[in-house]
Structure formats: structure tokens, C-alpha cells
Write a protein that binds this ligand. Structure first.
Ligand SMILES: O=C(O)CCC(=O)C(=O)O
Ligand SMILES: [Fe+2]
Length: 324
């Protein structure tokens, strides 16, 4: 894409979380940031979050140490990362036919807790020596999970439904996925390849941390593609998925996105997915004459099953699944 062309495209909203402490809701710059979060999720469905709590040092330790070591393991070892056939999107993924090529990824579920990270590390390195991996991965994932909770709380406060926050947190699971996208071997035109095809996420909120190599592209409501360029070494991308869109009765946008890679360096990312166990049904406060119900109540597991069966088709799957 030519530089002049890129300049004309809208930029992702950038929201500065410095001075926001997820463990002290309401304090510091909370109210100012909350207004920006609600606005960004309603329009773009995503934003660039400057979040110094995930320090550049911790980020470097995560990618240059832990994640690289993990992907260097033999495939048979990585395949041990499985949560059973009922949870297809949980464990090791090595390419998803038709959707993701030259892509490999592993995931730690269901909560970001030291014991879960340790159990994962013990599967990968049964002989031990994984204490450094655990400390780094848990440290990074915990900070990202804190941001997810703060963003969700801000959104719920902004929409006037904060009273549901604790119950929603209680039945939200966190899946921390580490992904690797194979390089294409050159920057020349025509060398770029879509490594993860166009899709909307099925969950409530997703937070992407990309490292050094860009590649995440977000589609605006008008259909333009924006290549995400992190605004600072401490920036993350926060986006809404279809579960949050449905729960808010369509007040939040769930953007289509994809990953395109070129060049000689593999791309690595770490992604936190918040997955709802609760029934997705908009609270009464978000349904009125002006906002009639848009989606039938459902569970996200059912919707994910539907999406997997539908395959890589680029369409509004939520509407097709449960639109009213
Ligand atoms: O790796 C990324 O930047 C995003 C991948 C993605 O969209 C996904 O796993 O759902
Ligand atoms: Fe995604």
C-alpha cells in the first residue's frame, strides 16, 4: 500500500491508559478514558490502547524468550496442548484449512492463574526448567487480563449496566493464545499473503499484542482496511467480538479483521480472548422501543460451533445465526 494512500485512511482511535489502575475503578483518569472506550467500541469496535502496565521489558521477555522457545518445540510436543474435542478453539492449532495458512498457535485456558500456566508449561517441558517461562507468561497475561476487565467495566458503566459487571466477570473465561505466522520470504509486491483470513471474533473482547512485525488489519464500517501500526512500544489492540455485540443489543461494533504477512521475519502475537459462559441476552436496560431486540438469546459455544461449521465465509454470521 502506498504511503500517500495509507495517510488518507482513518486511524484507529488511540486511548491512553496511563493513570488508569484496573484495580481502582473510578480513580485517576478513569472517567475520561471510559468515555473514549465507549465511543471507540460503538464506532470502530476497536482501538489502540497505550498501556504502560505491560512494560516493554516484559513484552520483550514474552516474545524474545518465552514465545520463541515455545514455538521451537517439536510439533508432537505442541500438540499436547489440547482441551478435548468439545473445545476446538482452545488448544494447539496448526493451520485451519481455508482460514489460516502458515499459522501455528497454542493456548492457555480458562483463567489467567499461575497454576494454569504451570500446567501448560509442564506439558511442554515435563522435565522442568520452565519457571522463567511461567513467570513471564503469567506476568504478561495477567496484565492484559486486567486491561480486559477494566475495558469491560468501563463499557458497562458507560451503558448504564454496571450492576452486571461482577456476575459477568465471574462467568468469563480467559484464553491466552500465542501465535506464529510464517514469513513469506520477501517484501516485494505480490509477496504478501493472508495468513489468517477475514473474520469477526466470536467472544466478547479480544486484546492483541503484536511484536515487531505488524500484520493485523482491521476493517472499518465503510469497508476500508487499516493496517494496525502500534502507536507506542506499550500499545495493544482491543477489539469487540460478536458476543459483546449481541449482549449490548448491537450498540458495540464487532469489526472484521485479518492478518497479512510479508517479509523475511515470522510474525508473533499474543492474544487474550474473553469468553462468556453466561447466556448472551441483552439486559432489559438495553432493550426499548428505540432499540428493539436484535438477537435471539444463545450461548457462545453454540455460536462458535455454527461459525466453525460455516467455515471461512466472510459474512455477518451473528445475524445469520440469531438475528431477529
Ligand atoms: O494475531 C493477530 O494479530 C490476530 C489473530 C486473530 O484475529 C485471531 O486469532 O482471532
Ligand atoms: Fe480474530
Amino acid at each position: 500500500m502506498a504511503a500517500e494512500e495509507a495517510k488518507q485512511l482513518p486511524q484507529l482511535p488511540r486511548i491512553d491508559f496511563s493513570g488508569v489502575d484496573p484495580s481502582a475503578p473510578g480513580a485517576g483518569r478513569w472517567a475520561v478514558v471510559r468515555a473514549q472506550v465507549v465511543q471507540a467500541l460503538a464506532t470502530f469496535g476497536c482501538f489502540d490502547a497505550h498501556y504502560p502496565a505491560l512494560s516493554p521489558d516484559l513484552r520483550a521477555a514474552l516474545f524474545d524468550g518465552a514465545v520463541r522457545e515455545l514455538f521451537a518445540l517439536p510439533v508432537d510436543t505442541k500438540r499436547r496442548n489440547s482441551y478435548g474435542p468439545d473445545k476446538p478453539l482452545y488448544g494447539y492449532l496448526g493451520g485451519i484449512p481455508g482460514l489460516a495458512n502458515g499459522y501455528e498457535s497454542l493456548a492457555i485456558a480458562d483463567r489467567v492463574e499461575p497454576e494454569r500456566v504451570q500446567a501448560f508449561a509442564d506439558l511442554m517441558w515435563p522435565d522442568g526448567g520452565n519457571a522463567g517461562f511461567c513467570e513471564t507468561v503469567h506476568g504478561a497475561a495477567k496484565r492484559i487480563a486486567d486491561l480486559e476487565e477494566a475495558v469491560r467495566r468501563m463499557l458497562m458503566e458507560g451503558l448504564g449496566v454496571a450492576k452486571y459487571h461482577d456476575a459477568v466477570s465471574e462467568s468469563t473465561r480467559h484464553v491466552f493464545r500465542m501465535s506464529r505466522y510464517e514469513a513469506t520470504g520477501g517484501d516485494a509486491e505480490g509477496k504478501e499473503e493472508i495468513r489468517y483470513g477475514t473474520h469477526q471474533d466470536c467472544n466478547t473482547l479480544t486484546i492483541v499484542c503484536q511484536h515487531q512485525v505488524d500484520g493485523l488489519e482491521m476493517q472499518t464500517r465503510d469497508g476500508d482496511w487499516i493496517l494496525v501500526r502500534p502507536s507506542s512500544p506499550a500499545s495493544l489492540v482491543v477489539m469487540a467480538g460478536n458476543a459483546l455485540r449481541a449482549w449490548t443489543n448491537d450498540r458495540v461494533h464487532a469489526p472484521f479483521h485479518r492478518v497479512t504477512v510479508s517479509g523475511d521475519a515470522a510474525r508473533y502475537s499474543a492474544i487474550l480472548f474473553a469468553l462468556p459462559d453466561y447466556k448472551i441476552q441483552a439486559p432489559d436496560e438495553l432493550v426499548d422501543d428505540e432499540h428493539p431486540p436484535r438477537f435471539k438469546p444463545h450461548y457462545t459455544t453454540e455460536f462458535i460451533r455454527y461459525c466453525v461449521a460455516q467455515g471461512a465465509r466472510h459474512e455477518d454470521k451473528l445475524e445469520a445465526f440469531c438475528g431477529i
